[in-house]
Design a protein around this ligand. Structure first.
Ligand SMILES: Nc1ncnc2c1ncn2[C@@H]1O[C@H](COP(=O)(O)OP(=O)(O)OP(=O)(O)O)[C@@H](O)[C@H]1O
Ligand SMILES: [Mg+2]
Length: 931
């Protein structure tokens, strides 16, 4: 393993001065790890401030703990998983204990096996699980130094793991300069050692350069700006006379340069004093990214230098060798050696390295070296990089794949080749989660490409970018165009794109786009699962055009065809994009159970196959269905998990939509603060449909709090707005009717009722039919009969919250009409349901109505009563408990919920006393109510 401390002129200070607070923080982190709690920390700051020294301290005091350490090097930043591999190399023999897909993800990442492309976050989960395994029974310290040079794939994996650390006994510490992926990454605590104060600087100087004359010492302290590296290096560059103060120190005239430049200059001076061949050898080493002494010497031999030329550099303590490696003692020495060389020498060094790497069977590194040596477009070099990109892709290193393709494109002399490679770079960049860059690459590629398949691939990239961070309408339009181009040669791809276009159109009610998708899909001869969606896509278009009843019927046709397909072959699974649309379709027609089942299946597939990027969307749909079904605790757990992953994976729109679902629950519960905060969050993400859903929640909040005027204004705007969210516009219609009636403006409710009635007639859902009757009653259409009908229809099931609202409104009406006994029955049932849902303001209204009927005592609605086991658990505990009750092991649950098995154990340990059980067997017998 690499050494983390650099020794300058043979001197490393005996102790760290002026860092008591920082070291105490490290000590605390380790002490917590020893008691089984995990934590992560990034030590961030400028060159030489003492980051590595602090990491070294962590290793030094890690007595009795397992230690894993790795240091990244600059040139590895383009090699996928180089950093992670370095860190985990000593423990790879433990891979077998990981769940299959996770072990495969790491094997693929490290090139140990040829496995199919995996989700980029699965490697993060696998890292977490592997670290957990290591920490089992042996608390573990992991240090990753110079993490600003972590390749992106490793950084994504490690940060994903770091954010999920909880109860494993792991201390994960990064050392990094600012500006990389690690410092400032959300969810990781930062430790920022600043400049040493005057006293600490003086003590350090007294140790490393005791002979300095007073004024020289003060000058160095001032010039170093409290930077320990400068404090050590500046005096080392002085002559004896300068040290004694007899001569002015020349080195200091570059006072305004940052410390790193000053120190690099010192190193450069030292390099320039070396013999020419030694300098050439150092240049080869600096241009190399293997640190492999053999490779460096082979390449150097091609330039007529040899190992003998290394000695002066070693004597000057610029490099060190050992274990077959050649390393610079500090990254700035490498930079100085490279930057001070003439460009013709650099090119020669890269060429020589390429030859050495080719002979050593490392073609991807060879390709990069040839690229570094290229002085202009060169097809052979570009083709080599393309092969390197393919290799990176097989390992799931999307960022590295993207970098290689982009560079290959740059070096391609031929225009279509350039376009094709740029398109591949765009797709890989999108897969690596860098959506903005992916969009920019795709745009550049678009000008160069005319091949239909490549254009289709570009359209998919552009759509994915637009859907997550731009406009869903533009996403859909781009898919339409791409599908049209490719329909003749790749019909299934075209069908997939058209279905996606229709899905994307929902989010902005883009009628024309949806209509065209429907038409094109109907005209082509798509294979069965896609063909089944022909009516649904047409139906979605109809719904957007406000032809609710036709639209709903068409969508139901698809849902029933899917049931038949499923009955014929229960094991056949739908492609994820179709499964997602099936869930959306079911939600659209008010089939909450169907939506629940599709979304749950999709979520399950995402978990099992490691499609972590798609999981937040699956959880959003699941949470929405759970909420409609009245399973609020589960909905909250799904929604929060989805939100957490969406935030971790940079899916801004998804996070906004998930906030929308959670906001609706908050609105029902009357949690004004949470509801407003979530709405604000949705607004900051600037996703129009998400703002729609936030508005819907806010209007529900107003209705619950007895502010119908405010609700009415919001809902009128929401249902009429162009670019509205198709589903939300439908489901808010009954709210609008209620708000209109309560504001004494029934004329405004009429059109909304008519629309909802058209929807309900076609949907055939009892709850919707009941709500229609409620709306009629509210608008004075045969009030008594309508209310009675409504209540009767509700008893056929569905949406308990709607049922309770009907009962409340009916009960209130009965009371006002002096039918107190009848009123009580309705109100008591409403109060019961509202209480179970935790719908506090609604329960309060039911209670006050009940009091008005003469009933005096009624229990409080929230918090949930003692019989409510679920209410005692946190959302995450509930998820864990449900799986444990179903017989899954901690490891299996961890794999499903993207938590470490230890953290699963910790949640169970917290949950058991709350549920008054002590064993898994008791847990399994416990009936956890699904309301
Ligand atoms: N507080 C301190 N007291 C004494 N010596 C220190 C202190 N902090 C750092 N040093 C010494 O200063 C030198 C530079 O520190 P270090 O290598 O830790 O810096 P760094 O922040 O890791 O820099 P880089 O960004 O280049 O990696 C090392 O020799 C280290 O031992
Ligand atoms: Mg360092």
């Amino acid at each position: 393993m690499r050494r983390l401390a650099y020794f300058f002129d043979g001197y490393t200070p005996n102790m760290l001065y002026g860092r008591d607070a920082e070291l105490a923080q490290i000590d605390r982190l380790l002490a917590r790890a020893r008691t089984g709690q995990s934590g992560s920390l990034s030590v961030c700051g400028e060159v030489g401030v003492g980051k590595s020294a602090i990491l070294d301290h962590a290793v030094l005091v890690a007595d009795g703990m397992r230690v894993l350490r790795g240091t990244c090097i600059e040139s590895e930043a383009e090699l996928p998983f180089a950093g992670l591999h370095l860190l985990l190399r000593p423990v790879l023999d433990r891979l077998d204990v990981l769940p299959g897909p996770q072990a495969d993800a790491l094997r693929g990442a490290f090139g140990l096996a040829d496995v199919p492309r995996t989700d980029r976050f699965l490697t993060g989960l696998a890292t977490l699980t592997l670290l957990t395994e290591l920490a089992d029974g042996e608390p573990t310290v992991c240090t990753v130094d110079d993490a600003h040079w972590l390749d992106q794939a490793s950084a994504t994996a490690l940060l994903f793991a770091a954010r999920r650390l909880d109860a494993e006994g792991i201390a994960l510490i990064f050392g990094a300069r600012d500006g990389g992926l690690v410092c400032g990454s959300a969810g990781i605590q930062v430790l920022r050692p600043g400049a040493l104060d005057h006293e600490a600087s003086a003590r350090l100087l007294a140790e490393v350069a005791a002979d300095l004359a007073g004024p020289v010492r003060d000058r160095i302290i001032e010039q170093s700006g409290g930077n320990p590296l400068a404090l050590i290096e500046l005096p080392a560059a002085l002559t004896a006379e300068q040290r004694a103060g007899r001569m002015h120190p020349q080195t200091f005239h570059i006072g305004t340069l940052p410390v790193s430049s000053r120190v690099q200059d010192i190193f450069q001076n030292r390099i320039e004093a070396l013999p020419e061949r030694t300098r050439l050898l150092l240049l080869v080493a600096a241009a190399d990214d293997t640190e492999d002494l053999g490779i460096v010497l082979t390449a150097a031999g091609l330039l007529r230098t040899s190992i003998g030329d290394l000695a002066p550099a070693e004597q000057a303590r610029l490099v060190q060798t050992g274990d077959g490696t050649l390393r610079f003692r500090h990254p700035l020495i490498r930079a100085a050696a490279y930057q001070s060389a003439a460009s013709s020498h650099r090119i020669a060094a890269h060429r020589a390295l390429a030859e050495a790497l080719g002979a050593a069977g490392q073609p991807d590194r060879q390709a990069w070296q040839l690229a570094a040596a290229a002085t202009g477009p060169d097809e052979a070099v570009a083709a080599g990089l393309e092969r390197a990109a393919e290799y990176a892709r097989r390992r799931g290193g999307y960022a590295a794949e993207a970098a290689a393709y982009e560079r290959a494109a740059l070096l391609s002399p031929d225009r279509p080749q350039k376009g094709r490679r740029l398109a591949l770079a765009a797709a890989a960049t999108g897969a690596a989660g860098q959506l903005r860059q992916a969009g920019a690459l795709a745009e550049r590629a678009g000008y160069l490409v005319d091949d239909a398949q490549v254009l289709a691939a570009l359209a998919e990239v552009q759509a994915a970018v637009e859907f997550e961070i731009g406009s869903s309408g533009r996403a859909a339009a781009s898919l339409l165009a791409g599908a049209a181009g490719v329909a003749a040669v790749a019909p299934d791809l075209a069908a997939k794109m058209l279905v996606e276009a229709a899905h994307e159109a929902i989010y902005g009610s883009a009628v024309q786009t949806a209509r065209r998708a429907a038409r094109d899909l109907a005209q082509m001869d798509a294979s069965p699962p896609y063909a089944a969606f022909v009516p649904a896509v047409a139906g979605l278009a109809s719904i957007m055009a406000d032809e609710l009843s036709a639209g709903v019927r068409e969508i139901r046709q698809t849902l029933s065809d899917l049931r038949q397909l499923n009955a014929a072959d229960p094991l056949a699974s739908l492609p994820p994009g179709l499964r997602r649309l099936a869930a959306v379709c079911a939600l659209t027609v008010g089939d909450d159970q169907g939506a629940h089942d599709h979304a749950a299946t999709l979520a399950e597939e995402c978990r099992r196959q490691g499609m972590i990027s798609l999981l937040p969307h699956a959880l959003q749909l699941l949470a929405a269905a759970q909420q409609f079904l009245g399973l609020h605790a589960d909905a909250r757990a799904s929604g929060m998990e989805g939100l957490r992953i969406a935030c971790d994976t940079g899916q801004e729109h998804r996070a906004a939509h998930l906030s929308g679902v959670l906001g609706r629950i908050a609105a029902i519960e009357g949690d004004e603060t949470a509801c407003r905060a979530l709405a604000e969050q949705a607004a900051t993400w600037r996703s129009a449909p998400a703002v729609n859903s936030a508005d819907h929640s806010l209007s529900l909040l107003d209705l619950g709090a007895g502010r119908p005027d405010a609700a009415l204004a919001r809902l009128t705007d929401l249902t009429a707005r162009p670019g509205r969210h198709t589903l939300i516009a439908i489901f808010s219609l009954p709210d609008l009717v209620e708000a209109a009636a309560a504001s004494q403006r029934p004329e405004l409710g009429g059109p909304a009722l008519a629309r909802f009635e058209a929807f309900s007639l076609a949907a055939g859902q009892p709850w919707a039919a009941a709500v229609v009757m409620r709306c009629r009653a509210l608008l004075g259409q045969d009030t008594a009969v309508s209310f009675e009908e409504a209540v009767r229809m509700h008893s056929d099931g569905g949406r308990p919250f709607e049922r309770a609202r009907t009962e409340l409104l009916y009960g209130s009406w009965l009371r006002r009409n002096r039918r107190r006994a009848d009123a009580r029955g309705q109100l008591e049932s409403a109060l019961d349901i509202f209480s179970r849902l935790g719908a506090a303001p609604w329960a309060a209204r039911a209670r006050s109505e009940l009091r008005a009927t003469g009933v005096s005592q009624h229990g409080t609605a929230t918090p949930p009563d003692d019989g409510d086991l679920i209410g005692r658990l946190t959302p995450q505990e509930l998820q864990v408990v449900r799986h444990a009750a179903a017989g899954l092991s901690n490891r299996e649950i961890g794999a499903l919920l993207f938590l470490s098995p230890r953290t699963v154990g910790y949640h169970l340990y917290k949950a058991y006393p709350k549920l008054a059980v002590t064993t898994r067997a008791q847990l399994a017998r416990l009936v956890l109510p699904v309301m």
